[in-house]
Ligand binder design. Structure first.
Ligand code: MLT
Length: 208
């Protein structure tokens, strides 16, 4: 088996009707962090959970930032390509269909970058507290790619206009975007879990 580029966890699925989930943690998280969330969101789905390869004061991330909310654009492009290659190698190694990304914060931002730069890699995405990763995104083609964006109305990190811009870019690329703003901050809540679980269940029924 080809050695995979990212430290990761893989949990084989029990339900072949469920699309595999690619779990992408937030700053300071790791490959174990979102496994419980993944099982809660889509019970029985295969879970692929890499660890970000950038360290910020010892905290894993998926790309470099210059300061909070200001991203190293070259690094976003480079890391999105590395992660896209990881997903494609892992699909071959584990025999997986194209996954739906479930990303939180920095993980949601690299998922959004992958949607724009490598649109063929993901079957869809759940972006939890995402913001715009690329200032000058290419004209991606994401026909009917389902994307759920869940934002927090009181999120101190993500300005409302920024995530609205991200939703618009994805919609213009053809994605089917559902964007909801919840009465909360940057931290995930039970509402996120409930909405994302329902959204994923609707997608598996359609695919079955
Ligand atoms: C990022 O750096 O991707 C965002 O600011 C979110 C975060 O990870 O704090």
């Amino acid at each position: 088996m080809k050695e995979l580029s990212h430290i990761h966890r893989f949990v084989p699925g029990r339900d072949s009707g469920r699309t595999p989930l690619l779990l992408l943690h937030g700053t300071g998280g790791d490959e174990a962090d979102l496994l419980p969330l993944g099982s809660a969101l889509s019970p029985g789905a295969s879970l692929l959970s890499p660890r970000g390869r950038v360290l910020e004061n010892g905290m894993p991330r998926f790309f470099r930032r210059l300061q909070e909310g200001v991203f190293d654009q070259e690094d976003v492009v480079r890391r999105a390509a590395e992660l896209a290659a990881f997903v494609s190698d892992a699909r071959e190694a584990y025999g997986l269909a194209a996954p739906i990304a479930v990303g939180f914060s920095n993980g949601a931002n690299i998922a959004a970058a992958m949607l724009m730069l490598h649109p063929e890699v993901l079957a869809g995405a759940v972006l939890l507290r995402a913001m715009t990763p690329l200032q000058d995104p290419p004209a991606a083609s994401l026909p009917h790619t389902p994307v759920l964006i869940l934002s927090g109305a009181q999120d101190p990190i993500v300005p409302a206009a920024d995530v609205a811009g991200l939703a618009a870019v994805l919609r213009n690329a053809g994605a089917e975007v559902t964007h909801k703003t919840l009465p909360t901050g940057h931290t995930l809540t039970q509402m996120d879990v409930t909405l994302a679980t329902q959204w994923l269940a609707d997608r598996s029924t359609q695919g079955a």
